[in-house]
Each structure stands twice: as structure tokens, then as C-alpha cells.
Design a protein around this ligand. Sequence first.
Ligand code: NDP
Length: 247
Amino acid sequence: MAVDGKVVVITGASSGIGATTAKLLAKNGAKVVLGARREDRLETLVSEIEIAGGTAVYQATDVTKPADSQRLVQLAKDEFGKVDVIFLNAGIMPVSMLSSLRTDEWNQAIDVNIKGVLNGIAAILPTFNEQKSGQVIATSSVAGLKTAPGSAVYSATKFAVKAIMESLRMESATAGTNIRTTTLYPGLINTELIDSVKDPTLKQASQAQYDKLGISPESIAETVKFAVDQPEDTNVSELTIYPTKQA
Ligand code: NDP
């Protein structure tokens, strides 16, 4: 089953990877249901998709609030009668050295990057179990495969995404619920993610890396489309996408 006609819920849809994926999937016939906190961005994106001939709706969503994720899924069901795919993509990257003790940022990263994914899974699983089909796609990071100085908490949250998604894949396979799971591990992608780095030293260093090596979010959108395009008996469980020049 290709993308055409599928109902796809996307969190973190207001910019970067989420917004670019929404446009690509809508261009290919998906009905996209967009969630993020910046409503003005979502409104503009829905207009752009509609002008291009696609179908999109949005709802202001803070993924750290379980009720918001529930409402986003409900919107998809109310508008389109089903959900085929949920793309749990919302995330922040407040990298800093542990010794800086930016503990509020540690907690924010855990809330958005881990609890946000769990809230999305909790919101969608009853529907996917009832439908006996569905696809959960989540954005981890290459920082979810290997850590680095300054990346302790961000990496921990992205390692957690890997663990959650792999367990979900195994549990679903055993239960025979036909739920597919795809975890994405992107490298440096040029988006607004750098805005969530508040530590000035790390921000400067990260910006230099992006300026040198970063690639377009369209590369990630294409991999999401690839995973969604596969037949129902085929689960693309993990995809790592590096800029060619990133070591
Ligand atoms: P952006 O900053 O452009 O996008 C992040 C998105 O997450 C925005 O739409 C933002 O929307 C949303 N978001 C943040 N906090 C919340 C929240 N509490 N509730 C709902 N939505 C939220 O960056 P990217 O597109 O790069 O990031 C997307 C994902 O990709 C993230 O999970 C990131 O960790 C991951 N990633 C990115 C890489 C990169 O190099 N860019 C590399 C590897 C992984 P809003 O502020 O409107 O709520």
C-alpha cells in the first residue's frame, strides 16, 4: 500500500523534518494531521498544502501533555475515520556539558523527547490494535546510536526512543497486531533544531557543524515516504541517514 490515501498524524510538524515530510506525503496523496505548539506555523502549512492540492488539518499540540496527543489522534479519526501512520517527530536538542548543570533543560529534553513519544504511543495504540494495522515512525538521531561530550541527556533521550520503538516492534510482532515500527537516525539536518541549544559554547560549535555538513530535511522526508510505501508485510524498522561528509 503506497502513501496515497493514507491518514498520517505528524508531531513536530511546524518546522524542519516534520513540516517537510508533511508536504511530501500530502503531495503524494496522504491526508496529513499536523501537531505542534506554534499554531501560526501549522495554519500556514495547512494553507500551503491545500493550495498545492493536498489535504491537511492541524491542532495545537504539546506532546508533553498526554491529553494533547489524544486530541490529535481523535482529530484524525473524526476527520478521516482512521489513522494509518503516526510520525512521532517532535523533539528538542538542548545540548550542554553535564558539568554546566542545566537541569531544567535535562528535564525538558526528557519530557519532549521521551515522554512525548510515549504519549503519542499511548494515544495511538488502542486505535492501531482495533484496526489490526498501523505504522509508528519515530525520530531518534545518530546521537541515539553513539554519544559525545555535551550530548549526554540528548543522546539518552534518543537511545530511549530506540529502546521504546524496538520493544514496540517485538511486542506487536508477537501479538500479531500488524503494527509496523520505523525508527529514524538522522545526522546533521538543516532545520531550526539549533534554536533549542541554549548553552552559548555548544551552540556555536553545533552551528559550525551544521554550516559545514548539514543537509536538507527533504532527505529525511524521502526516507519516511520509503518506509510508508512498503507493503504491509514489510517493516523497515530502522533507517540511518548521514550527510555523506559527516564522520
Ligand atoms: P525543528 O526545531 O525544526 O523541529 C522540531 C519540531 O518539534 C517543531 O515542529 C516543534 O514545534 C516541535 N516541538 C518541540 N517541542 C514540542 C512540544 N513540546 N510539543 C509539540 N511539538 C514540539 O527541528 P527538526 O525538524 O530537526 O527536529 C525534528 C526531530 O528530528 C527532533 O526529534 C530532532 O531531535 C530530530 N533530529 C534532528 C536532527 C537535525 O540535525 N536537525 C538530527 C537528528 C534528529 P513547536 O515549537 O511549534 O512546538
